[in-house]
Write a protein that binds this ligand. Structure first.
Ligand code: IPE
Ligand code: IPE
Ligand code: MG
Length: 243
């Protein structure tokens, strides 16, 4: 699972629910969109921090399948921010040997945004450091539904045999195929729910919730989460596996 850094076990895969952009803005009497912009800057920063710490996979929840229900104006601002930050992320990824990958159902995005996503993935695919995974138009139930659809189609076409389907088969049909499951899931802004995030993959992740609002999340906050992770007894359904 791990490399040691200053005596701490660094989780291989950290999953993040970045929540609280709106509350951050409200506290300052600013529009919600100002919180989203500041939130994007916090994402840029944490990608570099995670890459330097030696985390292998960092998955962030950027936009859920349910977030389309937000006011049209907020959704369109978020799309504009994705456009802008996709370009910046390209530079940051190349400078930090980061490979970028998107999960979620991308056909709902504007064609230019889909192209930008593909460009990011293709141009960074040979980088060997951190894999930065962005979940956009992502929902765990939607991901599983799409996987079931493809799996049953393959069964119908004789490519797979229903009785041969294992947990590994199911995992290989998910958007996260080939990635290890998260060891640590962090949610900012204090909410104690999963909001349809990585339902299959988080089966045994340790959860860490902080009251810190996402735009304020920084290296120190990530280190606090990793320290807390190091104090946990990992169980995986059996008996204690560490310490
Ligand atoms: C998280 O912040 C960003 C997205 C979900 C896009 P929110 O926008 O959910 O902020 P709060 O929860 O309203 O504070
Ligand atoms: C979860 O945050 C989704 C993302 C961070 C993209 P939300 O703010 O949308 O979740 P709920 O509505 O509080 O469950
Ligand atoms: Mg929220």
């Amino acid at each position: 699972m791990a490399e040691e850094l200053n005596g701490l076990v660094i989780p291989q895969h950290v999953a993040l629910i970045l929540d609280g952009n709106g509350r951050w803005a409200k506290k300052r009497g600013l529009p919600r969109t100002a919180g989203h912009k500041k939130g994007c800057e916090a994402v840029e920063n944490i990608v570099e921090v995670a890459a330097r710490m030696g985390i292998r996979y960092l998955t962030v929840y950027g936009f859920s399948t349910e977030n389309w229900k937000r006011p049209e104006e907020e959704v369109s601002t978020l799309m504009q921010l994705f456009r802008f930050y996709a370009k910046r992320l390209q530079k940051i990824a190349m400078a930090n040997n980061v490979r970028v990958r998107m999960i979620g159902e991308r056909s709902r995005f504007a064609p230019d945004l889909q192209k930008a996503i593909e460009g990011l993935e293709t141009s960074t695919k040979d980088n060997t450091g951190l894999t930065f995974v962005i979940a956009v138009n992502y929902g765990g139930r939607d991901e599983i539904t799409r996987a079931v659809r493809r799996m049953t189609q393959d069964a119908k076409n004789g490519i797979i045999e229903p009785s041969d389907i294992t947990e590994e088969t199911v995992a290989s049909y998910l958007d996260t195929a080939g990635m290890p499951d998260p060891d640590l899931m962090i949610r900012t802004s204090g909410e104690l729910r999963l909001s349809n995030y990585l339902l299959w993959q988080l089966a045994y992740a340790e959860f860490y919730v902080t009251d810190c609002l996402w735009p304020d999340f920084d290296r120190e906050e990530l280190e606090n989460a990793i320290r807390a992770f190091n104090r946990r007894d990992r169980r995986f359904g059996g008996i204690k596996t560490n310490g």
